[in-house]
Design a protein around this ligand. Structure first.
Ligand code: AMP
Length: 191
């Protein structure tokens, strides 16, 4: 089994691209944001823990997120591997992921980063907010907090993976099909 991390700022198109890539490569797509939103909607204990942070656009604490992710991986060992979207978002999460993959005998293929300018992304998120129903997509202050969280806690992961020769940048501007093509070209070299 293999694992691929789909990396990028909020609005970079990770979720959209994951929908295509999971089919193409027979991977289980795990979006930590989606799992949190599902739990929020169903008012579970995990949802209650995550809500305060998500409502503000802040990251959910590592301990909560890492435990949740480990559970999702254990439940889904039936495909060719995993496509992680929105995880890891901190160095502690990346280290926990490494450990988890080792324990499970899953090969880490690499991190593929979708790149785009902030102004393009904020406009995309506000547009998505009109239909997504996500409170964190509709309020500019919350979007700004998500970018601050990204810059402070998540951006250092690029250097973390580059140091391991495991970071692959892909231009995230273009049509959905164009970007799927660019991502596939990289992923084909990793698997
Ligand atoms: P996303 O759908 O990936 O934009 O995530 C929406 C929100 O869920 C984020 O703003 C965080 O509050 C929370 N979240 C999702 N993934 C993580 C993660 N890996 N670590 C911490 N919080 C997360």
């Amino acid at each position: 089994m293999i694992a691929i991390v789909l990396f990028g700022k909020p609005g970079a198109g990770k979720g959209t691209q994951a929908e295509f890539l999971k089919e193409k490569y027979n991977l289980t797509h795990i979006s930590t944001g989606d799992v949190f939103r599902f739990n929020l909607k169903n008012d579970t204990e995990l949802g209650k823990q995550a809500k305060v942070y998500m409502d503000q656009g802040e990251l959910v604490p590592d301990s909560v997120t890492i435990n949740m992710l480990a559970e999702e991986v254990s439940k889904n060992m039936d495909k060719s591997g995993f496509l992680f979207d929105g995880f890891p978002r901190t160095i502690a999460q990346a280290e926990a992921l490494e450990k988890l993959l080792n324990e499970k005998g899953i090969t880490f293929a690499g991190t593929v980063g979708l790149e785009a300018d902030d102004d393009v992304l904020v406009a995309r998120i506000l547009e998505r907010g009109k239909t997504s129903g996500r409170a964190d997509d509709q309020d500019e202050a919350k979007i700004r907090t998500r970018y601050t969280e990204y810059n402070e806690k998540t951006a250092p992961l690029i250097a973390f993976y580059e140091a391991k020769n495991k970071f692959y940048a892909v231009d995230g501007i273009g049509s959905i099909e164009e970007i799927t093509g660019r991502l596939s070209k990289v992923i084909d070299t990793l698997i």
